[in-house]
Write a protein that binds this ligand. Structure first.
Ligand code: ZN
Length: 243
């Protein structure tokens, strides 16, 4: 069984479609939040995720902002403008879908949250110290997160020893047959590790394996859609450099 794990789509439909095509045949798709915000195609992305991810879809901070659960004052001016723009694009059915999303899903041997198990909406897991604080906050073997827009995995004992998280390369395979892990597939729609390629992961539960992927997509097409929508130029240019 192959499960596609995606995060931080951020309304980048061109990147999402490229990921779906590259991933090939999968039995399920799990989304770990931030379907919308920043990008030019929020309606289409919500509609796709609603169909693709019937079992696992958790809410992210940008999704929260669009349904009024979060004050836009929490965002910087550019993110605030994009969030306001996004809310204007969404119709009742999209808002209802976002409203319906939980902030945490736990099943069998895994947990899914957007930020961290301690603070599902807000906390960024980007170093060993924060990872170590979060391992006691979930009971399952694996925890899938997003939010940082940087692919990452860290094993529990390495987090305790303050060993830096691993930033997996394209094609890297993580064996999860033993140990406990926090795993971030990276961002589909707005990578921030200096690599503009879309990121995703494939989880194969029977093989106890997670494989990380990066793929090129038509960045210029998303950028053209953003300019047409009047979204801030700083959000447009960052996609080409992955920051
Ligand atoms: Zn995000």
């Amino acid at each position: 069984m192959r499960i596609l794990i995606i995060s931080d789509i951020h309304a980048n439909l061109v990147a999402l479609e490229a990921v779906l095509q590259d991933a090939g045949r999968v039995e399920d798709v799990w989304s770990v939040g931030d379907i919308v915000g920043y990008g030019p195609r929020p309606r289409e992305c919500v509609e796709l995720v609603r169909v693709l991810c019937p079992n696992v879809s958790v809410i992210g901070n940008h999704d929260w902002a669009c349904i009024g659960r979060l004050s836009l004052e929490e965002f910087n001016p550019v993110a605030r403008f994009a969030s306001y723009w996004t809310t204007m694009q969404l119709q009742a059915e999209h808002l209802q879908y976002l409203e319906s999303l939980p902030n945490r899903i736990i099943d069998r041997d895994w947990t899914a949250v957007h930020g961290s198990p301690r603070h599902p909406i807000w906390e960024y897991i980007y170093n060993a110290r924060i990872a170590a604080l979060n391992f006691p906050a979930f009971d399952t073997q694996l925890c899938f997160v997003g939010h940082t827009h940087v692919p990452l995995y860290i094993r529990e004992d390495e987090a305790q020893a303050n060993i830096a998280p691993h930033h997996p390369a394209d094609g890297e395979v993580l064996d999860v047959s033993d140990g406990r892990y926090i795993i971030n597939p990276g961002a589909v729609g707005q990578p921030r590790d200096g690599d503009p390629r879309a990121a995703y992961a494939i989880f194969e539960p029977e093989q106890r394996r997670v494989t990380f992927h990066r793929i090129e997509y038509r960045v210029a097409e998303t950028q053209a859609q953003m300019r047409e929508a009047g979204l801030p130029e700083s959000l447009v240019t960052r996609l080409a450099v992955g920051v």
